[in-house]
Design a protein around this ligand. Structure first.
Ligand SMILES: Cc1cc2nc3c(=O)[nH]c(=O)nc-3n(C[C@H](O)[C@H](O)[C@H](O)COP(=O)(O)OP(=O)(O)OC[C@H]3O[C@@H](n4cnc5c(N)ncnc54)[C@H](O)[C@@H]3O)c2cc1C
Length: 592
């Protein structure tokens, strides 16, 4: 199996050359000094950690999984994870984009996303523990009291403690209004939390000294809906050192990410403290979920990159059959499978999806930094609009394509892919969950059509479309401009259809949501491919010595426009077909 190598060259291409990200970041007060010397050094160190510390534990972590001891209710993570996690925390990787006031390094969020991509390529299961902690840090930073922040943030940011998100219960996943976990007020202002949560990532483990659970629960007089949910902070160990009543009741047996402890958590009158206002838990949780959704998108991208590297390595070595145009390796018993058009199609689909998704993700991550820190409120608002609009697209499309790339990659390996020897079947299994948690991809599509298209009365989508239009106008002779312009027109037609039909009948919007999100993503990638090809052409024209790198970009854009973006016509047809053929079925007819 080829060892994972972080795609630093491509990361720099997108970040430095296409997005000119350093220039944007240097407009922010706290990032004035952040240049490519520092950014490049951090990425190189992260690459070493991913390649040398995290990746070697990926297969063994999958084979060994986590162990639960019913006597002590303790969970043991796979061998090597604890030491690797400690290196991760001690290296300051948990603190990268956190507030300096509480021990963070205050570096850009987009840089953290780039690191996350490498971590998830190398070892998704291990990356889940600090990943969930990051969500808890965000929620406390945004909604905790000063005292809560001072008490908990330094330990979470340093990685000495980890965090969880406890939402799901046996009877409720997507519909959190059905939560049954209760919070009864104690005399001292704290609460007694009781209930059962399931599928809690990192609910129990032996990586860190303490675990801070963020738990959704209902107060006694709360409305019986999502408007009656509050958010509580429930530490495994209380400040006095006493063990709190939050225990792991068992581990889930699951398809993938076996090194990540997915726990049943029983809260038995556990002492907890309210975060934010009573009954406003959902909006606090959304703070956590929005950045978590982008991070899950990076999980998809990370897995896709690793799958591509494995399948490309295999295809180069595997000799089978002869090229249709005549032998290419006449001295060998057969040609490498790289000569076969269908194998090339599989590899190139992965390559263009990965590199296009990388550009979309970093562009979106950059908006997060601008939205948080720019001094001009109008610039902040515009960036926040883009961030909100693109978050469900990044979560959903990158995880769909993460799984598709792993699956296509496995196909390149044939039977070898189905065995455990090459590690790609693990990537197929590991990537599947990313389309489900943090809100299923179906729910992301509903978020895009139901909430984000209407954001600011359509301001967010108008501002995004204006960027694409502006680019097309500024590059009237761009070779990929025509294909982009055609698909962009289809996206505009689909948007208009949803806005008009969905206003009258929400089921129409619901029926169109998933194909619409895919169309939106494909056109976004077309925009980035057109931009990447334009930059590459400039470099080639200027006589760059990296000929293969830049010519591959131009050819990748050709491939994307002529063989991937063509899906847009079918998606527009599916969007505008409306709900009729979906909703016409009766229950009996489904089973007929
Ligand atoms: C490995 C793993 C780790 C997890 N980690 C955590 C964690 O750390 N914390 C946590 O709280 N949870 C966690 N979860 C739970 C996860 O977030 C949920 O599985 C997810 O939110 C979906 O909920 P559900 O599985 O109950 O599906 P359901 O809500 O039952 O949905 C089933 C299907 O119906 C669709 N659907 C449901 N409602 C609607 C609707 N209104 N409109 C359209 N379609 C709809 C969904 O898209 C889905 O396809 C984890 C799950 C797994 C498997």
């Amino acid at each position: 199996m080829p060892a994972y190598r972080a795609p630093l060259r491509d990361m720099h291409f997108v970040f430095d050359e296409v997005l000119d990200a350093y220039a944007t970041l240097q407009t922010l007060p706290s990032q004035r000094e952040f240049g490519n010397d520092l950014g490049g050094a951090i990425l190189e160190e992260a690459a070493k950690l991913a390649e040398n510390v995290l990746a070697p534990l990926n297969a063994s972590g999958d084979q060994q999984g986590c162990q639960y001891d019913p006597q002590t209710k303790a969970v043991k993570v796979p061998d090597g994870f604890r030491s690797a996690y400690q290196q991760f925390a001690q290296g300051g990787w948990t603190a990268l984009a956190c507030e300096p006031e509480f021990g963070g390094q205050g570096l850009p969020h987009v840089l953290n996303m780039m690191v996350e991509e490498m971590v998830c390529s190398a070892n998704l299961s291990l990356g889940m523990y600090p990943g969930l902690t990051h969500g808890a840090i965000n929620a406390l930073t945004a909604h905790g009291t000063r005292a809560q922040q001072e008490q908990y943030l330094p330990k979470l940011i340093s990685g000495e403690w980890t965090g969880t998100m406890c939402l799901t219960e046996p009877q409720c996943g997507t519909d959190l209004g059905l939560i049954r976990t209760r919070a009864l007020p104690n005399a001292d202002g704290s609460y007694a939390i009781s209930g059962t949560k399931i599928w809690i990532t990192g609910g129990e483990h032996d990586l860190a000294d303490n675990i801070l659970h963020l738990v959704l629960a209902k107060l006694p007089d709360a409305p019986n809906s999502v408007k009656g949910i509050s958010l509580f902070l429930v530490p495994k160990f209380l400040a006095c050192g006493t063990r709190n009543g939050a225990f792991c009741g068992g581990l889930e047996h699951k398809m993938g990410i076996k090194g990540s402890a997915t726990c049943v958590m029983n809260f038995e009158g556990a002492q907890g403290w309210l975060i934010g206002e009573p009954n406003k838990g959902m909006s606090c949780m959304f703070t956590m979920m929005n950045s978590a959704r982008l991070m899950v998108g990076m999980q998809g991208l990370g897995i896709a990159e690793n799958a591509y590297q494995i399948s490309l390595g295999f295809a180069r070595e595997r000799l089978q059959g002869r090229a249709l145009s005549g032998p290419k390796m006449a001295d060998k018993p057969a040609d490498s499978i790289m000569v076969h058009p269908d194998v090339r199609r599989n590899l190139l689909r992965q390559k263009v999806m990965i590199e296009g998704c990388r550009a979309l993700a970093y562009f979106t991550g950059l908006q997060m930094d601008v939205a948080h820190q720019h001094q001009d409120p109008e610039v902040r608002e515009r960036a926040d609009d883009l961030l909100q609009l693109l978050t469900p697209v990044v979560k959903s499309f990158l995880t769909d394509e993460g799984f598709n790339c792993a699956n296509d990659g496995l196909q390149v390996l044939g039977g070898s892919g189905y065995t455990q020897d090459w590690g790609i079947e693990q990537l197929v299994r590991d990537s599947r969950i990313t389309r489900i948690y943090e809100g299923t991809n179906g729910i992301q599509a509903l978020d895009l059509v139901g909430r984000k298209l209407g954001l600011g009365g359509g301001r967010a989508v108008r501002s995004y479309f204006a960027l694409i239009e502006g680019w097309l106008q500024a590059h009237p002779h761009a070779p990929h401009g025509t294909a982009l312009a055609q698909a962009f027109k289809q996206l505009q037609q689909a948007t208009l259809w949803i806005v008009t039909q969905g206003m009258q009948d929400p089921e129409q919007a619901g029926a169109a949501a998933t194909p619409y999100l895919r169309l939106f993503a494909l056109v976004s990638l077309a925009w980035f491919w057109a931009r990447m090809a334009a930059v590459a052409q400039q470099q080639l024209a200027a006589g760059s010595s990296e000929t293969a790198f830049y010519s591959a970009k131009v050819k990748s854009a050709d491939f994307y426009m002529s063989r991937v973006l063509t899906e847009s016509s079918g998606l527009l047809a599916e969007v505008t077909a409306g709900k009729a053929s979906l909703m016409a079925f009766s229950d009996e007819e489904f089973a007929a």
